[in-house]
Write a protein that binds this ligand. Sequence first.
Ligand SMILES: [Zn+2]
Length: 166
Amino acid sequence: MTEKKSQQQVQDEVSLYARIVSRTEELMESGRKNLDEALKKASEDFTSAGEFTREQSERIAGYVKRDLGHAADHLSKTAESIKGAVMPQRLAVGAQSLFARILTTTSEQLQDWAQKAETQLEFKTGEITSPGTLTCKNCQEELHMKRTARIPPCPKCHKTVFRKSY
Ligand SMILES: [Zn+2]
């Protein structure tokens, strides 16, 4: 995480993130894989194509998994507690639209993921994540991420750990 990354590397990782999401969608829609299998296969596909190292693919797939779990957790809570139109509209522009196809094809896995997500809620500087609001755990400064991107240090206190909401 302390390793200095070039702009190009960051771009590549953001693009790999998006490609793992769409490859996972395709695999899920073919109906032969569950979410864990699909994510694993997607990261293997990009490794074997030689464009990315195994370390990179697995790390980025880990971010996708964390963000999906977080989105699933959020969706399951929202579905129970908020029935109005305000939240879904807001969500439509964020991670939910990015993951919509995956989340809708995995309804029975959502609960599992939602529970696992509780332990995966750390978002750190240097990681890639989907759109949403990151709140600095140290000073509560909010960072609004409008697209999938690398998480910067807190602009206010320069710390590196955040929680996320939509
Ligand atoms: Zn801060």
